[in-house]
Design a protein around this ligand. Sequence first.
Ligand code: NG1
Ligand code: ZN
Length: 552
Amino acid sequence: KDQHLLLLESSSHFPLPHGMTFSYGTAGFRAVGSKLPSTVFRAGIVAVLRSLKTGSAVGLMITASHNPILDNGVKIADPDGSMMTQHWEPFAEALANAPNPQSLVELVFHFTKEEGISLGGGGTCAEILLGRDTRPTGEALLEAAKQGIKSIVGAAALDMGILTTPQLHWMVMNKNKGMKASESVYFMQLSESFRCLMDMVPKGTRKDCVDSRVVVDGANGVGGEKLEQLKKLLIGIDIQVRNSGKQGEGVLNEGVGADFVQKEKVAPSGFGTKDVGERCATFDGDADRLVYFRISSSNCNGIDLVDGDKILSLFALFIKEQLHILNKQGDEGTNNVLVTRLGIVQTAYANGASTDFLKQQGLEVVLTPTGVKYLHKKAAECDVGIYFEANGHGTILFSEEYLSKLQKKCDDLACHSPGSEHHKAALRLLAVSKLINQAVGDAISGLLLVEVVLQHMGWSMQDWIDLYNDLPSRQLKVKVADRTAITTTHAETQVLEPSGLQEAIDSEIAKYHKGRCFVRPSGTEDIIRVYAEASSQEAANALAKSVSRHVD
Ligand code: NG1
Ligand code: ZN
């Protein structure tokens, strides 16, 4: 009874804005920030129910990633730090669109009954970790989330402050593993594992100090600010942060950031001819995406882009090398092989040259549909799974079972051959598992791993770029009356419906050398995306254009 009244009363302070419908898309709810208080209030309720259902802490993050500054959004993190299970999305969506307090209360009671969640306190306590980025609407929305959480009896909100999205996911994951979940522990873990890897860079490969310098575009968001703090704890790397969000430096995501740089293939604002030859990196607004770039000497507006596929390739080579060393037989032939299934996960947007390169290296590559939740799930099936989207979101996952075997092997080696190459390889792999954020893609931890791997390989930016040449590609958006009319299969590479469309695409592809093309409805925008690759830029453009005509 009390619960009923409490919900009714508190939700009456958060009326649904007129004429709006909210949907829980690939990245949670997104809209203009000023329209979101009711949605965030309700997301707070969903988070509490999720925590009650799982008996663990969950996360609630307020951000709109690479979207404009006046937008905002909210998403929920599951106890293991991954995105909330898809199976709950319809409920989140129904609640977000409940027209009045009475229907909201009915939805909550109906859903909790269905899911077997008991309300009213009764000893079970929900715990929600809250985070937000630097957007101006963030503070008020955080308050709305707290009110939503407080409207369920026995729920506690833990305000973790201004954070990057991956920091919050990491905290949720750690808290549920019984570990400390503060920002200082996050910084400590990253800096210590980074130092450990740096200390083991083979002698003779480390280049002069010019190569330890990286200039980072923080997209005027939360990532730049956090990197400024972390860099004080780092040794052996020279990080210069630009567009760090300080007053006067520019506006969040405006002409800056990983999404802008990767899509437009131009340098972010604040970068120019003075930076020719520098190794540059860029984060998106909430620092879960990372891409690298270099200002072309020929054309100061143009860049050489090093996207998620090339970051993935760098990581894959490093991990593969360490596994090879670890399992190499010594003279005495007594080394026990640690069987490791290393898997690479990409989407159809991965540049074809990257997939070919990875396969040539003898690696197992799998494609999944677009969206981190699919990639993450697939990578988690391996002992070590590496996944990346071309746009720079990705990470490395080590299964718990594998990590304990690796730890044991490392302990054995520490006993029998301390300081040996085998021992160092085991230590490096363990350090990578601590440096990389295993909850979600994390631009800060990804940047540190790239930097130390380049040092390890003794590679310049050019060496990295030269790993393979990207095939020219082109992406187009097509506005259609009903994007759901197109359905796809085989990780979105083939059209199922409408009939005849795949045949039409195939006949266009056949006209081009090294042609590849696919179409799919976007999960975040009301459009159809067309992606084409071919042996020249002109051909890729033409292929994309002719296929767009069939979609229209
Ligand atoms: P959609 O709109 O479904 O293509 C986009 C990105 C995804 C992912 C999501 C979530 C491309 C082609 N698609 O999805 O990779 O990042 O947004 O933000 O970049
Ligand atoms: Zn993001």
